[in-house]
Design a protein around this ligand. Sequence first.
Ligand code: ZN
Length: 494
Amino acid sequence: MTHQLLIYNTLTRNKEVFKPLIPGRVGMYVCGPTVYGDPHLGHARPAITFDILFRYLRHLGYKVRYVRNITDVGHLEHDADEGEDKIEKKARLEQLEPMEIAEYYTLRYHHAMEALNVLPPSIEPHATGHIIEQIQLVKEILNNGFAYESNGSVYFDVERYNQKYHYGKLSGRNLEDVINHSRDLAGTEEKHNQVDFALWKKAQPQHIMRWPSPWSDGFPGWHCECTAMGRKYLGAHFDIHGGGMDLIFPHHECEIAQAVASQGSEMVHYWMHNNMITINGQKMGKSLGNFITLEQFFTGQHPQLTQAYSPMTIRFFILQAHYRSTVDFSNEALQASRRGMERLFDAIRQLDHIQAQADGKITEAYAQEVEQKCYEAMDDDLNTPIVISHLFDACHTVNQLVNHQLTITPQGLQALTQIFHTFVFDLLGMKAEESGSNQREQAYSQAIDLLLDIRSQAKSNKDWATSDKIRDALTQIGFEVKDTKDGATWKLNR
Ligand code: ZN
């Protein structure tokens, strides 16, 4: 089957047929983490979204060079452009070298990504390892007249740029909107205009992370690194640039301006952005008390979590929404996801035990139909929730085969097994979680779920005696069972 992969391009606001600049090869760049804190859900979503794209492009036969950076300098506290460097601040508070902070949290990030079965990128460049390239970029922008030096710092001249090009094309703004929405900050009198952004910052005397440059001992502005490193590893023009929607403005808008101001043309062909995550309908934030790290999800150690959720539960939950939709995390939704994921894994296990029959009713044609529907969904801007729903339909068929309500030919069985493996393991990137405590944890969760299923059946049969008996017994053991509109949830009171 031939594939026509459609991807939504944020720049044109259209789904477009993906066509790489060089046939058979794809260059993609995704903004990676700023490494000054533990990885959380906000890190999981872009990593998983672009992992799906990476896996699928490779599956379609492309040679993909995937660059995902590590921001270890230059990301300042306010609008990324003012205030203290996030990593340096953390280092000061913990009395460590900034590089100790960056190293520690980079390792934590890698560990979490591995648990989520996110494939490592082809290249993972660090901003601090590319200061020379960033200085070169700033020089080019200055030479072309789109930046100015002020007191040892260099700023991008947004107004000047906007006279010739459109600043705001990615986020759909014009310069007046940006000016009206930019905050007045103290200490920014170095800038000619509030909307200008830093390309190079002169370091204050107490600032540790600093490098010599033609303008001052200082450090690059945050937006420089992605433009400089994208160009270094993927060339002056490359296919895909991705990240979370929160990066569209100002980060990616500034990246476009830097690319055009330095080389006269845009660098990126397709801009892709994943939507954001909410928790119980609220934005995630430290001040809201709902800031949950991935480790806290994996261990269940957070007041808002009623239990631990395995990395694959988190991954599956994220994939059950389209990457351009919001995702709302709640205990109920995660528990439902875990059950859904187990349904898929059960079906895959059961396929090994089904006896095929030469005159089976289900043939290869059925498997091909499932396969085609799944590919159509993937080709439609990576519509993973639709892929999953087709796989769930196939699970229903597997159950009927197990219960001898249907029969299948040997070729049909082989093809169906292959489809489950391709989509569940290779493309959705799920893996069975069977090691040690995880397995025990899962078996224990499944047993409680089973009891609650029996209880819900009893309730619908008005068999109150059984329903109460299960609830009372669980309460006595120490479980708290709560009935919600989506079914019962439980937690173990510690
Ligand atoms: Zn970036």
